[in-house]
Design a protein around this ligand. Structure first.
Ligand code: 4GO
Length: 246
């Protein structure tokens, strides 16, 4: 997968993707990341990329032309067509399902704004989708872009070893992850649940599913409504809830 990022701070994105799973995905040729700086396409002595907003008000707005030229340069760098995604609080929420959809694409161009945002005419003309990583405001779209890069990189085939498999992801199947334990079995903070030591894989899978469902019920009941629960799931959830009825 190829990701082009339009940003005033290309090094920022390169650094975010240089470590761990994203770094390894790059080394394995599973993901290629390219930064395009609108300032390289800005004209005039000061190479302006922003200007004051019409209608007054605080802050600055990013100019159309440097952004448009950077997007065109990114498009021209590879024959594969790419959708342009603008990271903004006004965007659709990024979910694991959306991450999987993006991870299946050959190319994506991520557009990062700064200041108060970008001229609306550029959004209308060049942006295919607007995405938000959460309901809060950041000083730039770069952190949101880095989150998207991470979420799609780990989903590239071969990015995660079997031990790290994305199949058991939190939100996989729309429910939260179960608790995880490792050695030592006994610790001053407590003991590992016996079922996980039993070697009985059916019991372990059942316990993990029950914990995932139970935690989702407790912490994110909104997700539970969306998740397609089987009859067996409902039984597990009843068992989990029974703990609190006593
Ligand atoms: N929640 C988010 O995904 C998000 C994205 C961009 C942003 N700030 C950018 C947007 C235009 C100027 C700064 N803040 C928040």
């Amino acid at each position: 997968m190829r990701i082009d990022v339009i940003t005033l701070f290309p090094d920022f994105i390169a650094q975010c993707a240089a470590f761990g799973v994203t770094g390894r995905a790059g080394e394995r040729g599973l993901l290629s990341l390219h930064g395009w700086n609108p300032r390289d396409y800005a004209e005039g002595n000061y190479r302006r990329v922003d200007e004051r907003p019409f209608g007054g008000g605080p802050g600055m707005v990013m100019l159309i032309d440097p952004l448009r030229a950077a997007i065109e340069a990114a498009r021209a760098a590879d024959p594969v067509p790419a959708k342009v995604i603008y990271l903004t609080p006004q965007g659709a929420p990024l979910t694991q399902a959306k991450a999987r959809e993006l991870a299946a694409r050959e190319r994506v161009i991520l557009l990062c704004g700064r200041y108060e945002g970008i001229d609306e005419r550029l959004i209308e003309a060049e942006v295919d989708e607007e995405l938000s990583i959460g309901d809060y405001v950041l000083s730039g779209g770069e952190l949101a872009a880095a989150v998207v890069v991470d979420a799609v990189a780990r989903l590239q085939e071969g990015a995660l070893s079997d031990a790290e498999s994305a199949e058991q992801d939190s939100f996989e199947g729309g429910v939260l992850d179960c608790p995880h334990y490792t050695r030592p079995v006994e610790h001053e903070l407590g003991r590992v649940p016996d079922v996980l030591l039993s070697g009985n894989h059916a019991d372990i899978a059942r316990w993990r599913r029950k914990e995932s469902l139970g935690r989702t019920w407790q912490r994110r009941p909104d997700l539970l409504d969306e998740a397609a629960l089987t009859q067996a799931d409902h039984k597990l959830l009843d068992e989990y809830r029974a703990r609190f009825a006593e």
